[in-house]
Design a protein around this ligand. Structure first.
Ligand code: 45D
Length: 161
């Protein structure tokens, strides 16, 4: 496993976080698309506690209207203190990643609000996308963890799962 120096990732994380909410969501989507099949949970449905928790939270989002689904994702990015954001905040970073992965899959399967088909990234977001594409796989994973970690809200005294 390659040693990943966090300092190489920090500028990319900062660049990502400096974008507007919708741009962050859109960029995250394009990154997911760019990764293609290189990311798949090792054993989908393996049934660990954290898998079930990610799925449980995902199912809550899936049950909402498309508008609410979008609002929930915007709230996560903006770190609002909603119920879902606090539940999200109690997850460990890998579980958070899995949750976003499930959302992206839901977008592909038509159960989560899709990207508008004509959505164009700003040139700033395009730059960040290219930076991320240029990272090695391990660095990309570190980048994702750093992005999804601080999203949502602080869990009220709960330990991370
Ligand atoms: O109308 O160790 C806009 C695991 C505009 C396994 C919009 C893993 C307006 C264990 C806002 C754009 C697999 C977990 C609409 C590791 C508008 C493990 C909507 C790795 C509709 C390492 C935008 C997992 C929307 C990884 C809805 C690396 C955007 C997972 C939504 C990576 C974007 C997951 C979403 C990634 C993006 C998920 C949901 C990159 C999700 C990206």
């Amino acid at each position: 496993m390659t040693f990943v120096n966090d300092e190489t990732i920090t500028p990319h994380v900062k660049a990502f976080q400096s974008l507007g909410v919708d741009e962050q969501l859109a960029l995250f989507w394009f990154v997911y698309k760019a990764m293609g099949s290189s990311v798949t949970p090792a054993a989908p449905g393996a049934g660990t506690a954290s898998d079930e928790i990610a799925e449980g939270l995902f199912n809550q989002v899936k049950a909402k209207s498309q508008e609410e689904q979008l609002q929930i994702q915007r709230d996560l990015v903006e770190r609002k203190s909603t119920t879902i954001d606090r539940e999200y905040g109690s997850l460990g970073d890998t579980t958070k990643l899995l949750f976003w992965y499930l959302l992206a899959q839901g977008m592909e399967h038509g159960t989560i609000i899709p990207m508008p088909f004509d959505y164009k990234l700003s040139s700033e977001a395009e730059d960040v996308l290219n930076q991320i594409k240029g990272l090695e796989f391990n660095q990309q994973i570190t980048f994702f963890r750093d992005i999804v970690g601080p999203m949502g809200a602080e869990a009220a005294g709960g330990a991370e799962i």
